[in-house]
Design a protein around this ligand. Structure first.
Ligand code: F0G
Length: 487
């Protein structure tokens, strides 16, 4: 398609039964919007288009909860960017070299060397995914009376801290709470608030955490300056500082793009500098290490590492495999480096941004600026006629599936509403969001256009969207299994 041309109205992106009526006149394509994919495609996986009747049927069977829809019935799956990446030919090649020895595997040595090379931390502990690393760490450091501050805890982090009896305290900057506000580093830690906390409660805080990028705040990055300042405050009070670094490479790319002094620094050097300010980290490798399973902990404290390794043997496995196969360790070692390549990161963040830009051009309310791994739609502003008690975010996930077979995830009143223990009164979260999380290296620009067209189409006829009521809810983490009906 030539530069600046208009996406054809009613293009053949959808089924016959989904005829677009929207003329996306302001939706223009140019190479600035979509950095070209820095790969060519060697293996493909079929995805199926379904008819509208089929989708209606699936929605009913699923109780209008898209978690309950089989993946075969989904055209574009944006439920998560976790464990959904496409591995490269090098990673598949590395898989064949997996050393499956129970102890002392050569694959562990390669994995350990890669993690040490990038993070600089001495002790490396493999886990099968991120939340096990969190569980090992917080079941060791947490107990009632303990406080774990973080710029914003991801929900599994929050749950693991809370399960230990400790308090998971979010200290985001004020800017993070305003979806439409543009700020280059909305993921930042509120450093004065952290200093204040440590000055009063130092002995209650065994560790300060920092999530890069800040997933729960919209995939927003943290600046190197903020990391340095957080580190300085931690050192002042002698508190260890750990990164939750699932998306650290995307964070480093944003530092390279947005922070003065980093324009010419190689991404891997930015990553090494970032980690140099900390004492340890844990990673869900299912994100920026471009693999389908895996995670790790890394740290300098030998005593803590030994304690965690002893626990690891109990729940995961021997310290040289930790719940993974040798081949998985090989794929992570290769993926960690691929995830830091500048042309990959340019394409990756560019694809996500281009989807966001197409929506912004059509006035769809989204969290701004566009984050690293996902576009977050502000569902309260998208469908103001649906009250939070009727789940506007879920209504949007239903509409996206119904109209175009797209699966997104609600991060709002279904996921986060708290009930008063005594009165049973519902306390709704401030933000009701729908996340379009983009798997890494999986979908093409055409898929992104398809998502934008469907979203805009729904936005234009949003008055017809209907709220939902619960017919089943579990006592905890209800969003996974809830069943609903349309009102
Ligand atoms: N930390 C962050 C920042 C995460 O985003 C996740 C997972 C975890 C820890 C837990 O890692 O899934 O490997 O056990 N995030 C996924 C998501 C599930 O969809 O955002 P895990």
């Amino acid at each position: 398609m030539p530069l600046g041309s208009v996406v054809p109205h009613g293009s053949a992106l959808f089924n016959d039964d989904f005829v677009l009526t929207t003329n996306l006149s302001s939706l223009t394509l140019n190479t600035m919007n979509f950095p070209p994919e820095p790969f060519r495609i060697k293996t493909v996986e079929r995805i199926r288009r379904t008819s509208r009747e089929e989708r209606e049927q699936f929605l009913k069977q699923a109780g209008f909860n898209v978690f309950n829809i089989p993946s075969d019935a989904i055209f574009i799956d944006l439920l998560t960017d976790s464990g959904t990446a496409a591995m490269s030919d090098r990673q598949w090649g590395a898989l064949m070299q997996g050393d499956e020895a129970y102890a002392g595997s050569r694959s562990f040595q390669r994995f350990e060397a890669a993690v040490r090379d990038i993070t600089g931390f001495a002790h490396v502990i493999p886990t099968h995914q991120g939340r096990v690393a969190e569980n090992l760490l917080f079941s060791t450091l947490g107990k009632p009376g303990v406080i774990i501050p973080n710029n914003t805890h991801f929900d599994t982090t929050h749950a693991n801290v809370s399960a230990s009896g400790a308090l998971a305290l979010d200290l985001p900057v004020e800017e993070a709470l305003h979806p439409a506000l543009e700020h280059p580093f909305k993921g930042n830690m509120n450093v004065p608030a952290l200093d204040d906390l440590l000055s009063k409660k130092r002995t209650s805080v065994p560790l300060v955490a920092m999530t890069v990028t800040n997933n729960s705040a919209g995939g927003q990055p943290v600046s190197m300056e903020n990391i340095r300042e957080t580190s300085r405050v931690c050192k002042k009070y002698g508190v260890p500082f750990f990164f939750d670094c699932a998306r650290y490479a995307e964070n480093c790319w944003f530092i390279h793009q947005r922070e003065a002094g980093y324009e010419n620094k190689p991404i891997i050097e930015i990553a090494r500098e970032l980690f140099s300010y900390g004492d340890g980290c844990w990673m869900s490798s299912k994100k920026d290490a471009l693999v389908n399973i895996g995670g790790f902990l890394a740290m300098n404290d030998e005593t803590l590492a030994q304690t965690l390794k002893n626990k690891l043997i109990l729940i995961e496995g021997f310290p040289t495999y930790g719940g993974l196969a040798g081949r998985d360790l090989e794929a992570i070692a290769a993926g960690l480096y691929e995830g830091l390549e500048p042309d990959y990161l340019d394409y990756r963040t560019g694809q996500v941004r281009a989807l966001g830009d197409m929506l912004i051009a059509e006035n769809v309310p989204v969290v701004r600026p566009i984050g690293g791994h996902a576009v977050f739609i502000d569902a309260k502003a998208f469908a103001p006629h649906i009250p939070q008690s009727q789940f506007p975010g879920v209504a949007l996930t239903v509409a996206l599936y119904r109209e175009a077979g797209i699966r997104a995830v609600e991060i709002g009143s279904l996921m986060f509403t708290e009930k008063d223990a005594k009165t049973g009164e519902a306390k709704y979260p401030e933000l009701d969001l729908v996340r379009l999380a983009i798997p890494r290296r999986v979908y093409t620009s055409s898929h992104m256009i398809c998502v934008a067209e469907a979203t805009v189409e729904i936005f234009r006829s949003r008055k017809t969207m209907r709220g939902l009521r619960l017919t089943y809810e579990a006592p905890m983490l209800r969003h996974f299994t809830a069943r609903m009906e349309e009102i």
